[in-house]
Design a protein around this ligand. Structure first.
Ligand SMILES: Nc1ncnc2c1ncn2[C@@H]1O[C@H](COP(=O)(O)OP(=O)(O)OP(=O)(O)O)[C@@H](O)[C@H]1O
Ligand SMILES: [Mg+2]
Length: 307
């Protein structure tokens, strides 16, 4: 029995993708073909340095699916998807991201369609649909927290979760709902060992109808899997980046004036999700990385239940 490389649930016919998952991701039911591999991407990026509209630390490309040829093409503008290959220094990072985006979705968080695809070098890459582009390429305006807080991009770690939350409350048209969504993501990131949620990993969407909202999730990974000494959180929580305790998350909820009952519901929901998370940690990554992930997650759960 095979599992779908998008949602990781079993497929009835033994194929590697559910047609419905491909349809959501590309608007087409056929798995696309990728003709470039990581090395090509590196040379393409260095050739076009400065022109790519997506910038960041990891190698990635802005891509579209050519519907006629069914081939994924790298584009300089108008990309509808983001493609991330496996970085040399972080093995199985595409699988890591796909896994935690799937877990987030199972826990009820808003996640764009995404999946894993083969490159010619047999490595997997991760592709996610852009939430700020329609399949036809129409744009919705997005701003990340570095922009909203008027911080230079190289200061993306120099802020706090409280400042991000305050900004969400200020700009969102559904501030209470978005704050609770934000809060759940913050606690989730602690539980999975994601210490890289800096200002550029939080965004709001600003559609023309004025319905400004927290954007769907992106860049959810367990960074601790590779960086064992990394700070627990990229942005300070209750003035701390390490040794976080349940009381720090309770203080955060108080500071953001999230309704007490809603906070408790969210914490209980996440606390009771441990078995679900562990169950989804299947064979998507190698056994030794799954073992390490289980240790990271179990340790974080223990910490969250300690006074
Ligand atoms: N699904 C998406 N839709 C629209 N924009 C997105 C999406 N995913 C990511 N982005 C934008 O692209 C940027 C880079 O993506 P992402 O954070 O996933 O890459 P990264 O290289 O892993 O980032 P980092 O710099 O945090 O390591 C994000 O900061 C965000 O602005
Ligand atoms: Mg990022």
């Amino acid at each position: 029995m095979n599992k779908c490389l998008c949602c990781r649930k079993t497929t009835a016919d033994g194929s590697y993708y559910h047609k419905s998952c491909l349809k959501k991701l590309f608007g087409s039911e056929k798995p696309p073909v990728i003709k470039f591999d990581t090395a090509d991407l590196v040379s393409e990026i260095s050739k076009n340095a400065g022109k790519m509209s997506i910038s960041g630390v990891q190698i990635k490309a802005s891509v579209i699916l050519n519907k006629k040829s069914n081939i994924i093409e790298i584009v300089q503008s108008g990309g509808t998807h983001i493609l991330k290959p496996e970085p040399f220094e972080y093995p199985e990072l595409p699988q890591n991201e796909n896994l935690f985006m799937n877990i987030a979705e199972v826990l009820g968080m808003e996640v764009p369609p995404h999946g894993l695809f083969d490159m010619p070098d047999k490595k997997k890459c991760y592709i996610i649909k852009r939430f700020d582009r329609s399949f036809a390429g129409e744009k919705t305006h997005v701003e990340d927290m570095a922009q909203l807080l008027e911080m230079p991009p190289d200061s993306k770690y120099e802020s706090s979760i409280e400042k991000v939350g305050r900004m969400i409350r200020k700009v969102s048209k559904r501030p209470f709902l978005d704050l609770i969504n934000f809060y759940e993501r913050v606690v989730f990131c602690f539980l999975i060992g994601n210490g890289d949620m800096h200002l550029k990993n939080w965004s709001v969407i600003l559609p023309e109808d004025g319905n400004i909202r927290l954007s769907p999730c992106y860049d959810l990974i367990s960074s601790k899997l590779y960086l064992s000494h990394e700070d627990e959180t990229a942005l300070a929580i209750n003035g701390k980046r390490n040794n976080l305790k349940i009381s720090d998350f309770e203080e955060l909820a108080n500071f953001l004036e999230i309704d007490g009952k809603a906070t408790l519901n969210s914490l209980n929901k996440l606390k009771s999700a441990k078995e679900t998370i562990i169950r989804i940690l299947d064979d998507e990554l190698s056994p030794e990385r799954i073992k390490k992930l289980k240790e990271i997650i179990s340790d974080r759960y223990k910490r969250l239940s300690e006074a």
